[in-house]
Write a protein that binds this ligand. Structure first.
Ligand code: ADP
Length: 326
């Protein structure tokens, strides 16, 4: 039997659609199991500055469909210092909180791992990030919604792009990971995706120009993952102007709209399952694990694995995109 009687939940780092569904699931599954549940506002910052409130089932009513996070999120430099984390731990002790559920991306789970090891505190992580860049899980909370948003945006851009003979670079988020760009390109029927995982090996722009754009098309849409490695959409457009004059190039940076919106059914279900599994993990005395999903089964991934390893791009997706864009 677990000694945990009381848990805290926080969302940290970049927000992602579906975080609310995850907060709801953790709260409800926790209360169902007889635990006290505390909402911690503004990520690790709220832990240090004691922005904590006990949650009832009503605190999480009517939020499953809402984007963003009702707990707010923040980036907190102080938590990266031992003094900051000591302060956070003291606040937890004062509230009698025995365990934490942290919903966030790579950075937030790195902080969770350090904090858990320092104070022998049970912490379970949920992968909340649109980037899908955490190892050990097929997908992350928010990724599917962001992908659908990208697809809708590219569909709209295509309407205007096809009215002119243009090369469009559309920049999407991903923070050094090409999942949104690659799958967004397949879903929207784009010509190509320029992603950091491949850009380190070959000059993708040169390849694209060398193979030529399909002659029957009167416009070309290329999705670009935002990253210093790809050069981003602006960097690539500049290169085309300098190295391959003659193309009519346009750039569109989708930016923060990719983080917003009501989560898709997929993300709501994923967040609900992962939130329930987080409570199971705590009751099973598991610690330092991230909840993942593999082949539609819940898995428990040690923090060290989830954070340290780079998640590989599926080569079959690259090949599919290449074959379908002839
Ligand atoms: P994300 O979780 O979306 O990757 P960040 O990388 O901004 O977002 O991380 C969110 C927060 O996690 C940071 O502001 C900081 O409070 C905490 N964090 C990140 N890295 C560390 C670390 N090495 N040590 C302690 N805390 C960290």
């Amino acid at each position: 039997m677990s000694h945990v009687k009381s848990i805290g939940i926080l969302t940290s780092g970049g927000d992602a659609p579906g975080m609310n569904a995850a907060i709801r699931a953790v709260t409800r599954a926790g209360i169902y199991a007889g635990l006290k549940v505390f909402g911690i506002y503004r990520g690790y910052r709220g832990l240090i500055y004691d922005e904590i409130e006990e949650f009832s089932t009503q605190n999480v009513s009517n939020i499953i469909q809402r984007g963003g996070t009702i707990l707010k999120t923040a980036r907190c430099k102080e938590f990266q210092t031992p003094e900051g984390r000591q302060c956070a731990y003291d606040v937890l002790r004062r509230h009698g909180i025995d365990a934490l559920v942290v919903i966030g991306g790579d950075g937030s789970l790195t902080g969770a791992r350090i904090f858990a090891n320092e104070f022998q505190l049970p912490i379970v992580g949920l992968p909340g990030t649109i980037d899908n860049d955490l190892y050990g899980t097929d997908t992350t909370i928010g990724y599917d919604t962001a992908l659908n948003t990208i697809m809708e945006c590219v569909d709209k851009i295509r309407d205007t792009a096809t009215s002119h003979e243009r090369l469009f670079f559309i920049e999407v988020m991903g923070r050094d990971a090409g999942f949104l760009a690659l799958n967004g390109a397949i879903a929207s029927g784009a010509e190509a995706a320029i992603i950091p995982e491949i850009s380190t090996q070959v000059d993708q722009l040169a390849e694209l120009i060398k193979h030529g754009f399909r002659k029957s098309k009167n416009s070309s849409i290329v999705l670009v993952a935002e990253s210093p490695i790809t050069g981003g959409a602006m960097g690539l457009a500049q290169r085309v102007e300098e190295e391959y004059p003659g193309y009519d190039v346009r750039v569109s940076i989708l930016g923060h709209l990719q983080r917003g919106g009501s989560p898709t059914a997929h993300d709501r279900i994923l967040a609900s399952r992962m939130g329930s599994a987080a409570i199971d993990a705590i009751l099973d005395d598991q610690r330092n694990v991230m909840i993942g999903i593999k082949n539609d089964e819940i898995v428990y991934v040690p923090f060290t694995k989830a954070i340290k390893n780079d998640k590989p791009i599926n080569q079959e997706l690259m090949s599919t995109l290449r074959r379908l864009s002839i």
